[in-house]
Design a protein around this ligand. Sequence first.
Ligand code: GYE
Length: 327
Amino acid sequence: MLRRDLFSWTAAAALTALGGGRALAQASGLPKLAQKATYKVGFAQTESNNPWRIAQTESMRSEAAKRGHQFVYTDAAASAAKQVADVNSMIAQRVDVIFLAPREEKPLVPAVMAAKRAGIPVILLDRRVDETQAKAGRDYVCFIGSDFIAEGRRAGEWLVKEMKGEASIIELLGTTGSSPANDRHAGFAEAIKASPGMKIVAGQSGDFVRDKGRQVAETLLQANGAANAIYAHNDEMAIGALAAIEAAGKKAGKDIVVVSVDGTRDALQAIIAGTMGATVECNPKFGPKAFETMDRYARGEAIEPWVINQDRFFDSSNAQQLVADAY
Ligand code: GYE
């Protein structure tokens, strides 16, 4: 038997085992969600190595508990392959719905499609999958999250003002192939385009991780002695960069201006201390909105393809006042 034949035979057998007709009917469209008092919900987290992820998981877990749902949690430990396996295991456990925070745009498409085939609705949280391969309203219910292009744009606009249109910028990019890294890069580039004095002199991924951000910043600062600004795609890498700036014998906030995204407690404290300039908020507290959206879907409401999170902006004008609520 050819591999492909074997696969389709196995898939057909699995569908029959799941109750044949019902599963096949669901395979052609977006799976529905029955109205129930409580659900078995899956949350496939991408990693938990930073305060943003921990705050997001906590928000999902506590909201699930408040509503009496059973919470099936997986942590992909920064591996897209493990995250695909995690989703498959949730499918095998027959969860009612899967909240997925897809680590990268392309590798998680098969996970979305597998859940769809199994008749389990997926709601994407905080990151997107490749839109040319999987669509909201057809393959998954919707995407809940921020406008990453706008976040990048706001960081860029702030930096243009702060540097009066003249800067040599090092960019610390997020996880390669993730939607926030792609979009925060694009939005920032758009914002500085009209200022010929604003130049990105170097850029490399620090994978959204503090220590990788520090290492990459160290290398790039050594190679670009004239750099006077750093744009990091998240606060963790920005905090790492602060250490690299110090190690290079420079002063953050004076010799090198740092701007980033998220709004963590450490970032707001650095803004108060004057070492970081500003950060665009990306709110991780998805719980209430995630479960509200799930309930609306179960009631049969048409869900907008993108449930947008509104973001604030933190700088020296409000960091002190808002730090107590930061995560
Ligand atoms: O900015 C970052 C996290 O996907 C929006 O991922 C999220 C980003 C967030 O690890 O800190």
